[in-house]
Design a protein around this ligand. Structure first.
Ligand SMILES: [Zn+2]
Length: 128
């Protein structure tokens, strides 16, 4: 059985989002979407697909704040109820939690957003 090449397989929103989450080109899944932690590449190094027209602006931090805020509620309740620590230790624990979730979520969210923006703009524009 022959595997279908990445370039010929039709890109669905799901596959584009999955590639974006992994920081890969939503079109081919091979090239990198980011030059560094959050700096988006102008184009894919593997297939040449351009990303320089996609500007998610504040969307990634906004969704990240939403994720952090919603995940913080149960963690705060559990931390307050089980740790029985001095409130300064609780604040320190929660601060580290907020920082960790933010730093892990931000590139994932930005990658998924870039992939979604790419899917609804570039794809329809070129008729693929
Ligand atoms: Zn590519």
């Amino acid at each position: 059985m022959e595997h279908q090449h990445h370039d010929t397989a039709p890109v669905t929103l799901g596959s584009a989002l999955g590639r974006g989450l992994r920081g890969r080109c939503p079109n081919c899944g091979r090239g990198r979407l980011f030059l560094s932690y959050l700096k988006q590449a102008d184009r894919c190094g593997a297939c040449g697909e351009g990303f320089d027209h996609i500007h998610p602006d504040d969307a990634a931090p906004w969704f990240t704040m939403l994720i952090v805020g919603l995940s913080l509620i149960p963690v705060m309740i559990v931390a307050q109820g089980t740790l029985h620590a001095h409130f300064l230790w609780t604040i320190l624990f929660l601060s580290v939690f907020i920082l960790a979730v933010s730093l892990v979520s931000l590139p994932l969210v930005k990658g998924a957003l870039l992939a979604a923006f790419w899917f609804y703009t570039s794809r329809s524009a070129t008729g693929r």
